[in-house]
Design a binder for this molecule. Structure first.
Ligand SMILES: [Zn+2]
Length: 102
């Protein structure tokens, strides 16, 4: 993410840090996320026990981010850009990956 920002690229960042959690947490995108960039950050709603930051050592709250929301964000970036992109995304593969790691 930081390398992409340094290269001037746009993109979508999936943060494990739940919406509404403290900005002082090490995973808070407000504190350690992309700085002065057009990166779009998607964050999950907190699951019980993770209101101040996801406390699990495995993919937990971040699994609340839907593949469809990532695709929507990517489409928004592409539509607002004057660059040409080649995008190939197999939603079914993403879903399999998402649920295969839970
Ligand atoms: Zn969590």
């Amino acid at each position: 993410m930081h390398m992409a920002v340094a290269a001037g690229l746009s993109g979508v960042v999936l943060s494990c840090h739940p919406i509404g959690a403290t900005q002082e947490h090490a995973n808070a995108p407000e504190r350690f996320g992309p700085w002065q960039s057009s990166m779009e950050i998607l964050r999950p709603e907190p699951l019980p026990g993770c209101e101040n930051g996801c406390m699990k050592e495995y993919a937990h709250c971040i699994n609340q981010i839907r593949v469809e929301d990532v695709v929507k964000s990517m489409e928004k970036i592409i539509e607002s850009s004057d660059k040409e992109y080649i995008v190939e995304l197999d939603i079914d593969i993403c879903r399999g990956w998402r649920y295969g790691n839970m």
